[in-house]
Structures are given as C-alpha cells and as structure tokens.
Write a protein that binds this ligand. Sequence first.
Ligand code: S3P
Length: 451
Amino acid sequence: MTADPTSPMRPRRFQASGPLRGRIRVPGDKSISHRAIMLSSLAVGESRISGLLEGEDVLATAAAMRAMGAHVERVGTGDWMVNGVGVGALLQPETALDMGNSGTSTRLLMGLVASHPIQATFTGDASLSKRPMGRVIEPLSQMGADIAASAGGRLPLILRGASPAVPIQYRLPVASAQVKSAVLLAGLNTPGQTTVIEPVPTRDHSERMLKGFGADLMVDVDPNGTRVITLSGQAELKPQTIDVPGDPSSAAFFVVAALIVEGSDVIIENVGLNPTRSALFDVLRQMGGSIDEIDRREVGGEPVADLRVRHSTLRGIEVDPAVAPSMIDEFPALFVAASVAQGRTVTTGLDELRVKESDRLAAMASALTLAGARIEEREDGLIIDGTGGAPLSGNSREPIVTHLDHRIAMSMAIAGMASSQGIEIDDTRPIATSFPTFESLLDTLADEVAA
Ligand code: S3P
C-alpha cells in the first residue's frame, strides 16, 4: 500500500519562499478516518463518511476491512459508504493484510482480529517492520489471542483470534492511544467488561466514536487524572453518518510554515482541536506565535475551528513533557520552528519518538543539523539553539534522509521554505501515507505570492 519500494525515490528541493498567503483546507484526520472505517465495518447496515482522509495508511485499513467482509467504497460525491458485517462476524482474510507504513492500521486491526475466530497475517513495509508490536501482543495475548511474531515482536506476524476472548483490566505501560484502542476494539467482541486504565491521557477518538456508534462505554477520571475506560462487550454497533474534521497533525506543517516565513498570513479551515491533539498550537503560542481561532464549532463530535496564522517572532522555551502525548506527532514540526526561534528550546520525555515511522529524534537531529541548525540530541529529546529569525543555511551536498517517514519529509520541506539555499530531501513518496495533497497545497500558498 505504501510507496512502492521498486519505484524510484522522488527527491525534491524545497526552496526559500516569499510570504505564504491564502486560505487552505487540510484533509481529514488520519486517526479518526481509520476508526470511522473500522467501526462502520462492524456496524450492521450502511454508514456514510465524509471528509475521509484518502491517504495510503487509511486505504490500507479500508482494504483490510474489505478482506474481512465489509463493503467499503468511495461514492461519486467523494463520500465513503461502508456496509458492515456486525461485531463478531469478521471473515478470515484469504491473503495477508498489507499494512504498508501504518502502525495505527496494524495495532488497531490486531485488536479487532484478536476476539474473532479467524486468523490473519500482518505484513508491512521496511519502516513498519522495525516497529514494536509487543505493546499490543502483550494485552491481546492476555485476552486469549495466539500471536506468532517475528523476532523482537515485529511484523510479519500471524494472529489467531480467541473465541470467546477473555475480558481484561489493562493498565497502559506506555502512553499510547493505539494500545488503548487495540484493547478496546478487542473488547467489542469479548463477553463482559474490558477495562483500560490510562495514567496519562492520549487521544480519545476511539472512546468518542465507540459511544457515537452506540457501544456501552464509560470513562471515569480519578482525582489524580487517571482515566478508567470500561467497555461492555458483545455490543451491537449502529451505522452512523460521520463528518471527519481536518487533521491538526497535517495543519501543523502549514501553521509552522506561516509562522516562520516572513510576511505570511494564512487561514487553515476546519482544523480538529480535540484537546488530546492540539498542544502544538498552545506551545507555539507560548513561543510567541500568532495563531487565532475563528468560528469554533463541532464537527463529527470533535471541536474544530479555522486557524489564522501570521508570521511571528518565536522565542525558544522549555516544553513541558506532560503535553507530549497531546502533540506526539507534531514534534518534528516544532523542532523546525525552534531552529529559527530566538534562544534555546528544550524538549524532554520524548522516548516514544524513537519508535515512530522512524527514530524521529535521531532523524530530525541529523536532518536539521545538515540544514545548518544547532541541535543537541539527548536520549529523550532535542535541545535546539535557534537562529533568532535568520534563515537556516539549507543543504547543498547530501539530501536529507527521510527514512520512509512522512513527517520527516514534510517538516524538512517547510524548513526549506525558511532557508537561504533550499533543502533537498531524498524522497517525497512517503508524504502520501498521511497527506497526499501536501505538495500541491504548499505550492498553491506560495504561488499566491507571485499572483
Ligand atoms: C495514533 C496514536 C499515536 C500517533 C499515531 C496515531 C492513533 O501513536 O503517534 O500517529 O491513531 O491512535 P501511539 O499510540 O503509538 O502513541
């Protein structure tokens, strides 16, 4: 599903840019899109999804749900229609499920398969095959699934679901929405109550959408902030109409680009602002960024607003590690902003970044260093001394290595816009996993200058 490894890499040099101006709309939220396809596939009857992200990761989820019996199709209007099979009625896929680059597809679908009487093989690309699956293998095995993984708990793996599965009470050892969601999705076809205890809150799209589909789910928050999420199993889900809000993680690149390119003034419409996702915007405001919310409203059960972002003088800060889970995918973009800010930015508590689509601490440290930034890589974060508003030099000899990681590619693309000689990245293909229209939107905003 992901960038075809046999097709040639697609390098590109992202050049210094004049002011970014105009109004754009980013595609649908990736996390919500995955969940919308999965839950619709388990509801009996027809669900309709508008604003679905048509990126490779979500298409991998759609293909997997088809392989397990759901009807998932795009209709003429650009909406998606899903006819589900019902909880407990997933079919055994005839061939391996190719998860491409997508950790979310893999971990959440492992949860679904874990409580069905079927067997599935999960495969993925070179990046995904290095990522740890032990974190979901552990609770799903406790629920009775039989999982044969490659060395180190990695893909490819074969999962044989349990029937019936055993309900568990599981305390998350890492702050991970994927692990939480895998257990809750397994709980859907498990008799009794499945409980996830979450000491550090992570994105809550699964909880919101499960409730929206009619599942019996309760969330209690104890005085120290620990969330206890309880799902009563063997639920029936009712088909829904879902409007997917714009992805704040995709908007992040344009927010940072507008803040760091002089003279910019951009409106990004319909950006999801779920508090478990939106910490980047707060951190950038603390750094002096001008980010205004216009017309806060609700879309698909999630808060959204249009964001007006203007070029700003940014100041380095110490980023509170407690906010990390609410901006876990946005650190590469933040590192770019910090590289051209005044003074020092210190980030800590980011061990999880080492097990994303790439080791994002190492990848961003070497990418930004190559582009002329001053970076010190620590075990759990980066320390960045900004240029004080001056452009980065850019790279001239070797291209930036993106390691099949869409967010490294997009972060360095926007860094290129605030550099004197431009920044060349080795491969733009991974961008299509989450944001297929990224380059055309970037070119549109930059074009408006010339117009
Ligand atoms: C996601 C959760 C996060 C995030 C990923 C999407 C999700 O991963 O990094 O891009 O949709 O649940 P972790 O759960 O591993 O933190």
